[in-house]
Design a protein around this ligand. Structure first.
Ligand SMILES: [Zn+2]
Length: 341
């Protein structure tokens, strides 16, 4: 699923294409894509509005329209956005189209249909996006932006020390910090040499600082490299290349770039988690506590005979998955290749 760097890349690619464009009509082919309106009401609401700005908050795009309203777009698993001439043929996966008066269209393509688009007004008092006047803010549940200049190591420490629980689920918790998902949580923990199952309470000040710096530098590098084109993520200007730079994510069995031992994969909270059990040690006391608390299955997976790339099943499954995803992205691009800018 696209995380902060991927969504930021889509935002930056869209900006020069759609700022200033005026919407002439909206057409949706899958009504559940629209979170806040029915298809007809949505069309009536957006018609005649101009795109004033394209921004991001957490993992959502925020498209500011004239008249003080904004669209939020959550790409979820397979959402993609393209700007094309209205005459470009449309494939079966286009869920929502915003037609512009200049003959182009912004198309939301979403194979799995989990993506959601909302239309919100702003609260006069707070300026926050809200469902209705006086209602709760759309982003009320989201933590700070990790790359915001005001997000200092002190601010990180303050939030971190108020939290309990294990590090991997904490990093995925959008109310803690916004925008981090499975890819960059694994990468940040590896860079900071912290075990994903380690408890936040056991982390020392020096570790906190390393984690803070790792989160910021990995997200910044990922934006520079246009995100990780794993699965279906692609952007209007093309795929990202951060997937080439990931050190542990989906590299099960490959040698850890730091120590050479094989990268392990365990499942934490239903999410695949990649780490190096040598560089990212779980303190002995926590390991024993995990054994006592029924985390036996996890520990067994951690110590089981590791699947390595020498195992042909693992290698061919990985290759098959990556090839299938690359083919899907190529198909998405070719279905919109008559695009104009
Ligand atoms: Zn290692």
């Amino acid at each position: 699923m696209p995380e902060l760097p991927e969504v930021e890349t889509v935002v930056r690619d869209l900006r020069p294409r759609i700022i200033g464009a005026e919407i002439s009509a909206a057409r949706s082919t899958w009504s559940r894509t629209l979170r806040t309106h029915g298809p007809e009401a949505f069309d009536i609401e957006v018609r005649g509005r101009r795109v004033e700005a394209v921004n991001r908050r957490a993992k959502l795009l925020v498209i500011e329209l004239s008249g003080g309203v904004a669209l939020t777009i959550h790409l979820k698993m397979t959402g993609q956005l393209f700007v094309v001439a209205a005459t470009t043929p449309e494939d079966a996966y286009i869920r929502l189209v915003l037609a512009f008066t200049d003959g182009r269209e912004l198309r939301f393509r979403d194979i799995r249909k989990f993506g959601r688009v909302g239309l919100y007004g702003r609260d006069q008092g707070t300026g926050e996006l809200v469902n209705e006047a006086g209602g709760s803010a759309v982003f009320a549940g989201h933590g700070p932006e990790p790359l915001d200049p005001s997000f200092s190591v002190t601010a990180f420490r303050r939030r971190f020390r108020a939290r309990k629980g294990r590090l991997k689920p904490l990093l995925l918790d959008q109310s803690f910090i916004a925008g981090i998902g499975n890819i960059y949580a694994d990468e940040a923990l590896w860079a900071a040499r912290l075990h994903p199952l380690r408890s936040a309470a056991s982390v020392r000040p020096a570790d906190e600082r390393r984690l803070y710096l790792a989160i910021r530098s990995i997200l910044a590098e990922a934006i520079e490299r246009r995100g990780s084109s794993i699965d279906d993520y692609t952007a209007p200007d093309g795929d990202g290349e951060m997937q080439e730079r990931l050190q542990v994510y989906q590299r099960t069995g490959e040698p850890c770039p730091r120590c050479g031992r094989p990268i392990r994969r365990i499942v934490i909270g239903a999410r695949a988690t990649h780490f190096c059990s040598w560089c990212q040690r779980l303190p002995a006391a926590q390991r024993r506590a995990l054994e006592r608390s029924g985390g036996i299955a996890i520990l067994r997976a951690m110590t089981a005979r590791r699947a390595t790339l020498a195992d042909p099943r693992v290698a061919s499954n990985t290759l098959r998955t990556k090839t299938a995803a690359a083919n899907r992205r190529a198909a998405a691009r070719s279905s919109t290749s008559a695009g104009v800018d």
